[in-house]
Ligand binder design. Sequence first.
Ligand code: XLS
Ligand code: NI
Ligand code: NI
Length: 439
Amino acid sequence: MTARFFPSISKLTYTGPESRDPLAFHWYDKDRVVLGKRMEDHLRFAVAYWHSFTWPGGDPFGGETFLRPWMHGTDELALARAKADVAFELFDILDVPFFAFHDRDIAPEGKTLAESNANVRAIADIFAKKMETSKTKLLWGTANLFSNRRFMSGAATNPDPDVFAYSAAQVKNVLEVTHELGGENYVLWGGREGYETLLNTDLKRELDQMARFLNLVVEHKHKIGFKGTILIEPKPQEPTKHQYDFDVGTVYGLLCRAGLEKEVKVNIEANHATLAGHSFEHEIAMAAALGIFGSIDMNKGDAQSGWDTDQFPTNVEDTALAMYEILRAGGYTTGGTNFDAKVRRQSIEPEDLVIAHAAAMDVCARALLIAADMIEDGALQKAVDERYAGWEVPANKAMLAADSSLEAIAARVAAEGLDPQPRSGRQERLEALVGSYLR
Ligand code: XLS
Ligand code: NI
Ligand code: NI
């Protein structure tokens, strides 16, 4: 393969909203200060290794379309090294601060776990070397516990204890590699942690296995001194019919059951929210309300198809509503905006990969500016504050205190002759207000 995969494309720069050059930023102006913070530090963009460098462009009806040079050859480790070169070339062109990977994205699977782990380490060493001079850091690492056929009945929730053990050993390796590379988070996405049919499933046993597995991961995190955040990525189904980490609310229940609601947070993916029957902003707001908001997998689904199409975001209004919730949650700490998104299988040119990311970064940047306006103007928050103002009255607040009782409350209703009068929820007025920030 050629020394460079994107020979005619140099580092993208900000050219302003007037320019129509697709190989430039029109809204993402990384040093622009928004609400007291640089745009780059707000958005913390990451490129996903799997979609951009490992996925060959197949679909259920046909195979590879991309014919990437690093996917063809016999020396698998040499190909993985070539892939790493291309990855850092793209990171540099996009000027992104982060990337994310699964162990199986970056290095070939060996004949034994020891061999596979050694392959992962060999490529991680190459990453470490590249990261000495590159600005791009690791947002998160994760173990692929779903592709190999050994995981067909789950990883931590497999009926076979040997698979539980194998999964634990694999996570140990990737967690350690993530730590050594200075990763800011470690992700667990349980694609096969669920069931196909209840007829062959011991639900309680599988939930217990999952809870213990999560605790093992957290215990090891502390043992090795990893300061990053452990994140669970909710998804309702696909590949399994039902996944235990269905949505943010369900994950919170699992965490409480495992005693980990203060230890583990969530990585929320837009397309997964849609599949669960929620809006993206609902999932973010729910996570914030429960104190488990961590990071974002940014993408979008297709309104007409009910699966995880992982498209790059293009809708500014939807993204602005998500950004508004992220800002209300206080923004990211260790999290970031990871493009868990892939170009369509007909987009076979190298520049398609660059343009997809650049355009998506612009959508997010524009959305951030709109969301910042919403925050700064304060009219939305004011409307919410007014709606709940009654709860600031001491006698009302007292109803929520531990020493209140149904008798006391009932006595007060009788004594004061309370007769609640409904007030408008003013939804259209607030939607119009949101429209005004989009102008
Ligand atoms: C799949 C998930 C996956 C996770 C990482 O639907 O989004 O890509 O982000 O395992
Ligand atoms: Ni994802
Ligand atoms: Ni996904």
